[in-house]
Design a protein around this ligand. Structure first.
Ligand SMILES: [Zn+2]
Length: 287
């Protein structure tokens, strides 16, 4: 009898909580550099946010299209988050009270390959001037990725920047002159010089610049912390601050920057973190 009443109390207690809020991921675990979608179902709340404790990244939730009381947030994992359990703290306001909840995201090691890249030694051992240049270019790019446009600037599904075979996958461990120098931060598409490159979705061009590693580069802000990047271009067909449409030709591909041959390097950032662009597109298109 006592046992039964304890069980009943427990069931009521669980139901009470279940009715209040639900917090769940689209997947229980992801690979390093993939993005997860965190859903929050709650009534009469405002200002839902989360923090990834591991790297102190703060992310806003957004209302899920056409769904009442359901919010989503894009939770990126970095390439270096291997075999980690990321603790996510969620907060929101209800009845003038700030409430908290938490959930873990499991990040396993992705099955990324290794490859050896041969480039001119002058490009590997940078001189003082080039070091300064790459440092400035990196900090300017990080400033962009940390700028958050709250509005969602796209409507339709994301598309690939060109229709062409992938020549180098995202995440491949990169070895230059027998030294491990990080990983391949984007997806390479086969593209002879002069191939038309299109915008993956609607957005605002936030960078058109020649940079040491990436060559002629375009970055598009799609809003909600999402950026897509197009590198090694031969010609820009858009300018900074220009609004672009999904599928609009933005540039011609090329072989500028640190490359061994012509191709398009396509990459993406979510809430400042570099992620697998094709996996990001997949989850965005399934929202
Ligand atoms: Zn690349």
């Amino acid at each position: 009898m006592i046992k039964k009443s304890i069980l009943l109390t427990l069931v009521i207690f669980i139901n009470l909580f279940a009715n209040q809020t639900k917090l769940y991921f689209n997947k229980n675990s992801i690979s390093n550099a993939q993005t997860a979608v965190l859903y929050l179902e709650a009534k009469d709340i405002t200002n839902p946010k989360l923090t990834i404790l591991e790297n102190k990244i703060n992310i806003n939730f957004h209302k899920l299209n056409g769904k009442k009381n359901i919010y989503y947030a894009l939770v990126p994992s970095s390439y270096y988050d291997i075999n980690k359990k990321l603790k996510i703290i969620v907060s929101y306001t209800k009845n003038n009270k700030k409430l908290f909840d938490s959930i873990y995201l499991n990040v396993k090691e992705g099955t990324y390959k290794s490859e050896i890249i041969k480039v001119k030694s002058s490009k590997v051992t940078l001189n003082k001037r080039t070091k300064k240049r790459t440092k400035t270019e990196y900090s300017n790019a990080m400033k962009i990725y940390h700028t958050f446009t709250p509005k969602k600037l796209w409507k339709d599904k994301f598309i690939l920047p060109l229709n062409s075979p992938i020549t180098s996958a995202f995440g491949t461990k990169r070895v230059y002159n027998n030294t491990l120098k990080g990983y391949h931060s984007g997806t390479d598409f086969k593209a002879k010089v002069g191939t038309k490159i299109i915008a993956a979705n609607d957005g605002i061009v936030v960078l058109t610049k020649n940079r040491f590693y990436a060559g002629n580069s375009i970055i598009i802000d799609h809003g909600q912390g999402i950026y897509t990047c197009y590198y090694h271009l031969s010609k820009f067909l858009v300018t900074k601050n220009q609004r672009v449409k999904r599928g609009q030709v933005i540039a011609l591909s090329g072989k500028t920057g640190r490359v061994t041959g012509p191709h398009l390097h396509f990459s993406a950032r979510v809430n400042s973190v570099q992620v697998d662009p094709l996996q990001l597109i997949e989850i965005l298109n399934n929202l």
